[in-house]
Design a protein around this ligand. Structure first.
Ligand code: T4K
Length: 372
């Protein structure tokens, strides 16, 4: 085998790092205050800045995106079933189970890769408590259609917005869709708080319940929350998150540049297509998602060149333990999920990937033995 195209691995995901000197300064201040967690000043500032940035009344920071989902579900005080897409990261459905609820899996739309009202409505029954849509790849998950369903059937609507920071449809921020929206600040996301996440809402009462539910005993707001957990963000995480927020628009613009370069570079390669982020949507371009019938050979070939493309999300939840065995399979039809699981790949992007790297990766894809 010849020399790999890259001497070091190029990962999928953002891995955006803040300025080291500023981070050091922020850590010195934490040490000087001797206050490391429990809703410290940096966490409170981060809550406020996020709400401002996202154009929503409340942003409540928590430990990570999965805990955000668990706390959000617990805050809605639900009983019964929650409809979730089969095509998502397992955390979406795992959080439903942790909150003592039953996930019901639903197939997704072939164009958006998200739930749609048309797919969800046949699954709504007497035990349905909520719909948990996922704004996959930062694309809005049918907020209008699912909003109508939620009113018509008197069920809750909340969103997994782990991919959606900074995204909007027709000028409506993803953070203000549904009753609650849950974001992730994992290192691989566009905003990096070294793990971390937040829950957003425009509902003052619900924001109080969320703040109470993410704290195990003393209520900050004296509202009721049946289920509680230690989901507090630390000052160290908030320090990282605040600096990452400062760079967010720059990072999104750089992501867009890489995404467009990929599109141009692969435009003439037969058999590969991209998710289209055009139209009314504002995207953070966090993921560069490609579809190809030769997905597995492309991923394997890129790996030999140190390009770590991923197969998100494969297998679908309907094929994954424990959801498969527990038969949380809503309508048993997952043809779109199956196709996406077999054909999608994500290409490296984020701070570590230069425009020259993108050009080189495009050449590799174009010359991959089975994609030519
Ligand atoms: N909902 C949805 C729709 C989600 O996609 C996610 C998470 C969640 C909910 C839950 O949010 P969190 O609880 O995670 O906040 C990664 C991320 O860990 C996960 O956050 C993300 N979605 C998922 C799509 O991707 P893995 O298991 O694929 O990560 P891993 O370790 O393989 O890393 C991906 C690549 O990045 C590798 O090539 C290595 C590289 N990397 C990773 C880390 C952590 C680095 O270079 N540096 C790093 O620090 O899940």
């Amino acid at each position: 085998m010849g020399k790999p195209a890259f001497d070091y691995p190029l990962p999928v995901g953002q891995i955006n790092l803040p300025d080291w000197v500023e981070l050091e300064e922020s850590f010195r201040e934490i040490f000087a205050r001797n206050y490391y967690t429990n809703h410290g000043p940096l966490v409170r500032e981060f809550d406020e800045r996020l709400a401002d940035y996202l154009g929503v009344r409340h942003a409540v920071c928590v430990t990570n995106g999965t805990v955000a989902l668990m706390v959000a579900l617990a805050s809605l005080d639900l009983k019964g079933q929650v409809i979730v897409p089969a095509f998502t990261f397992p955390a979406t459905a795992q959080a439903v189970t942790w909150a003592g609820l039953e996930p019901v899996l639903c197939d997704v739309d072939p164009t958006t890769h998200c739930l749609s009202a048309e797919l969800v409505e046949p699954l709504i029954g007497p035990n349905t408590a909520a719909i948990l849509g996922v704004h996959l790849w930062g694309q809005a998950c049918d907020p209008q259609g699912l909003g109508v369903l939620s009113e018509k059937h008197n069920i809750k609507l909340l969103y997994d917005a782990a991919h959606g920071l900074g995204c909007a449809r027709a000028n409506q921020s993803i953070a203000s869709m549904g009753e609650l929206a849950c974001f992730s600040f994992h290192a691989t996301k566009v905003l990096n708080a070294a793990e971390g996440g937040c829950i957003t809402t425009n509902d003052d009462y619900l924001a109080g319940v969320v703040r109470t539910a993410r704290n195990f005993h003393v209520s900050e707001t004296f509202t009721k929350a049946a289920l509680r957990i230690n989901g507090k963000m630390s000052e160290a995480q908030a320090a990282m998150g605040l600096l990452s927020l400062k760079q967010l628009d720059t990072n999104i613009a750089a992501n867009r540049g890489r995404y467009e370069r990929y599109r141009t570079g692969l435009a003439d390669v037969p058999g590969v297509s991209f998710i289209d982020y055009a139209g009314d949507d504002k995207s953070n371009y966090q993921y560069v998602v490609l579809q190809s019938a030769h997905r597995d050979s492309i991923v394997a070939y890129l790996k030999t060149h140190n390009v770590l493309a991923r197969k998100y999300f494969s297998p679908g939840l309907h094929q994954s333990y424990p959801f498969k065995e527990r038969r949380h399979v809503g309508n048993n039809k997952f043809s779109v999920t199956d196709t996406l699981c077999a054909s999608l790949l994500q290409l490296p992007t984020g701070q570590r990937v230069s425009v020259r790297d993108v050009d080189r990766i495009c050449e590799l894809v174009a010359h991959c033995p089975t994609s030519a």
